[in-house]
Design a binder for this molecule. Structure first.
Ligand code: AMP
Ligand code: FE
Ligand code: FE
Ligand code: ZN
Length: 282
């Protein structure tokens, strides 16, 4: 079975609607995929029904933007949590609100130097979607400032740029505990992705494991090979699940569906451990 447990639709910063992600998953020869939009589960219903039509297994998921105690950006994937759990909802809604204010403030700064406005950015955000820097990148592309999202991130939108503003995000340990309380299976996304910025200390891994972390996303294009070997040892030591996934964003990133995969045994374990919602099999 070909299983890819990390994808984004236009419910966050992917470029296709959830049904389009399902169609792309079928076209890529996948048997199962998870939709893991940033801080939102709004795409689950559409993705699940498209997956059923296509004969694919659907795994409901979400990617939660968090921060470590040292202030480093951390992403936690949650699988099979209850989408209506009040504690988790409150935190992701707070993040989503903060993302909106933050994006508007970043656009104010950018508008001093580039031909963009909040209205131009909003044209690239689907109704109700979680707003992120990729949408600002799309407006910069449309204005002819950069060629694509990657160039926008390299030159203008990185965390080191004077235009960058951070947003509220729950602490990673708190998010892990909330996912567990919501019946979900928390997996640390691209944990050693040094190309994205600073990587957390081993101490933070330990704290997240103590808080209830159940897995590590080992195979991801942004994890360097030495880092993956270290993650495999850590997973063995703490009996954690190991996943592999693409982090597909449609046309918004080079990541291709199925470029990294998760084993069937691991998906079965996730299914056993997750109690807040269900894997939908054809
Ligand atoms: P934000 O959520 O606003 O902090 O923006 C981070 C998001 O931007 C990540 O979830 C990635 O999907 C996306 N991103 C980061 N780097 C790149 C890149 N080089 N090209 C395209 N998208 C990127
Ligand atoms: Fe993203
Ligand atoms: Fe991520
Ligand atoms: Zn992602």
């Amino acid at each position: 079975m070909k299983i890819d447990l990390h994808t984004h639709s236009n419910v966050s910063d992917g470029t296709e609607p959830p049904a389009g992600v399902a169609a792309a998953a079928a076209a890529a020869g996948l048997d199962a995929f998870a939709l893991t939009d940033h801080d939102s589960t709004a795409g689950w219903t559409e993705a699940a029904s498209a997956a059923a039509d296509l004969g694919l297994t659907f795994v409901p998921g979400m990617e939660i933007s968090c921060r470590s105690a040292e202030g480093i950006s951390v992403h936690v994937l949650s699988y099979l949590h209850d989408p209506d759990d009040a504690g988790l909802l409150e935190e992701v809604e707070r993040s989503r609100d903060a993302r909106m204010t933050r994006a508007e403030r970043m656009v104010d700064r950018l508008a001093e130097d580039f031909p963009i406005s909040w209205q131009r950015v909003a044209e690239h955000v689907s109704p109700g979607a979680t707003v992120g820097r990729p949408h600002i990148a799309d407006a910069l592309v449309a204005a002819g400032v950069v060629e694509d999202r990657s160039e926008a991130f390299k030159q203008i939108l990185t965390a080191h740029s004077p235009y960058f503003i951070s947003h509220y995000a729950p602490e990673a340990t708190a998010a892990v505990a909330l996912v567990r309380a919501a019946g979900g299976v928390p997996v640390f996304a691209h944990p050693v992705a040094s190309s994205r910025g600073r990587v957390v200390s081993e101490h933070t891994f330990t704290e997240m494991i103590d808080a209830g972390l159940l897995g590590l996303e080992v195979d991801h294009r942004d994890n360097p090979e030495e880092g993956r070997a270290w993650l495999r040892r850590l997973a063995a030591r703490h009996d954690l699940l190991m996943t592999g996934s693409s982090d597909y964003h449609g046309a918004g990133k080079l990541n291709r569906l199925g470029e990294c995969l998760t084993s069937e045994e691991t998906l079965d374990r996730i299914e056993e451990l997750g109690t807040g919602s269900r894997v939908i099999r054809p």
